[in-house]
Design a protein. Structure first.
Lengths: 107, 120
């Protein structure tokens, strides 16, 4: 199985900050990586796919990069709506696997 | 509007069975692979299983944790996806989401989720 490891598990930041979340795969997944945002009590929302492609309707302050085993999600200037939990996901092979999540909280 | 709506979640005893449904609208359901993902209370996301489309013979894939107990099926005439869950365990307690997937595609569309509680 492809294990996905996110860091940090929790991140405290302020409005306007630039933040980066890292996701590491146990084996190369090429660019088959997605990032999701999940607010409490809500379904996940796709932000980034193919490691760096922005999903339609997602603000441009979100960006993704990486390939192989190391990936990052960057939020360039935090907005109040951005405080949520973020998950990476690999869809290169079965079983499809998610990272354990990064909770982004207000400092 | 593109939408997925799950139903069928409830309280069930360990060892029991339950079938979840997911109704799609706003897109051509038969053109897409469909997936189930679950989330235990306070925990992360876990992929459960997938069903491919007719041209792929409706083949399925499962997570090891549910293989042999859960079955994913679909009825394209009803734009509906199903998850038959048998031999339920307390560890299956979770919100179950259906999602629209695809071959080497992420989950672009998600339902709102339905809660399954396995408890005596």
């Amino acid at each position: 199985d492809f294990q996905m490891t996110q860091s940090p598990s929790t991140l405290s930041a302020s409005i306007g900050d630039r933040v980066t979340i890292t996701c590491r795969a146990s084996q190369s997944i090429g660019s088959r990586l997605a990032w999701y945002q999940q607010r409490p009590g809500k379904a996940p929302k796709l932000l980034i796919y193919e490691a760096s492609s922005l999903e339609s309707g997602v603000p441009s302050r979100f960006s993704g990069s990486g390939s192989g085993t190391e990936f990052t999600l960057t939020i360039s200037s935090l907005q109040p709506d951005d405080f949520a939990t973020y998950y990476c996901q690999q869809y290169q092979d079965y079983p499809i696997t998610f990272g354990q999540g990064t909770r982004l909280e207000i400092k | 509007e593109v939408q997925l709506v799950e139903s069928g979640g409830t309280l069930v005893q360990p060892g029991g069975s339950l079938r979840l449904s997911c109704e799609a609208s706003g897109f051509t359901f038969s053109d897409h692979y469909m997936d189930w993902v679950r989330q235990a209370p306070g925990k992360g996301l876990e992929w459960v299983g997938r069903i491919r489309k007719k041209v792929n013979s409706y083949t399925t894939e499962y997570a090891a944790s549910v293989k042999g107990r859960f079955t994913v099926s679909r009825d394209d005439s009803k734009n509906s996806l199903y998850l038959q869950m048998n031999s339920l365990k307390t560890g299956d307690t979770a919100v179950y989401y259906c999602a629209r997937g695809g071959s080497y595609l992420p989950f672009a569309i998600w339902g709102q989720g339905t809660m399954v509680t396995v408890s005596s």
